[in-house]
Design a protein around this ligand. Structure first.
Ligand code: HEM
Ligand code: HEM
Length: 185
């Protein structure tokens, strides 16, 4: 078993640049979901009220930055060619990947809109601050909060389906799909 040592994707394989971004973002998103639900269960008087939302927002903003890098990267360095499978599944794979991008963007933007609704900037681990834009709609915190919850739930559900599809490729079709995203040649 050998690992891919190239930074960039080529026609047959993912490079370690996008592989690292895929897995860092996947772990962060899967972790942010229960952390978000936990925030919702906290009251103002819980000591965690001062820390956990801060971590959730800070990690979320870092994920938003990675998403921006990932989208720019993808425009210049395309993923490898699809492995052969029925045309309908190739279409479904593309649709799921595009929808995952839309949901990632949606959850991150709605999170930003909740956190900046009162005009305060977001402190990312107290390293730097992301400024607030003026509120766009009435009652922005509540509306963005509801949208955030539903998009986050759709995102982790679709990601679970996406992971199951990857396992099907590995164990049933016995192709290279899953190995490629781990950089195994
Ligand atoms: C929140 C979690 C996840 C998200 C948002 C996500 C998102 C994506 C996206 C957008 C792609 C398309 C390639 C790209 O543009 O980078 C991709 C590729 C891939 N992901 Fe995930 N992923 C997640 C978790 C997982 C998990 C848990 C697995 C496996 C168990 C997995 C397996 C794969 C595989 C095998 C590919 C390559 C597909 C191909 O070559 O057609 N992903 N992922
Ligand atoms: C992939 C990224 C993210 C995921 C999966 C996620 C997930 C969640 C979930 C599931 C909740 C609980 C919602 C509820 O029960 O009503 C939540 C709450 C929250 N999230 Fe996120 N989140 C993400 C990114 C962000 C970002 C980037 C920010 C802000 C910068 C943010 C700010 C918040 C805030 C302030 C709450 C509390 C909202 C409330 O109590 O109404 N999130 N998040």
């Amino acid at each position: 078993m050998a690992f891919n040592k190239k930074l960039l994707n080529d026609r047959n394989s993912y490079g370690w640049g996008l592989i690292s971004i895929h897995w860092i973002m996947a772990l962060a998103i899967i972790g942010l979901y229960p952390l978000g639900l936990y925030i919702d269960s906290l009251t103002y008087y819980d000591p965690e009220y001062r820390t956990v939302p801060h971590w959730h927002k800070s990690i979320g903003i870092l994920v938003l930055m990675l998403l921006t890098i990932r989208i720019i990267w993808r425009t210049g360095n395309k993923p490898p060619a699809e492995l052969p499978q029925p045309a309908i599944l190739t279409l479904a794979t593309k649709a799921v990947h595009n929808l995952l991008y839309i949901l990632m963007l949606g959850v991150l933007v709605s999170g930003y809109m909740i956190s900046t609704a009162d005009g305060r900037p977001i402190a990312v681990f107290n390293w730097f601050e992301i400024p607030a834009l003026p509120a766009l709609i009435d009652n922005q915190e509540d509306v963005a909060g509801a949208i955030h919850y539903w998009i986050a739930t759709a995102l982790v559900s679709l990601a679970a389906l996406h992971a199951l599809a990857a396992l099907k490729h590995h164990f049933i079709d016995k192709d290279e799909t899953l190995k490629r995203i781990f950089g195994i040649k």
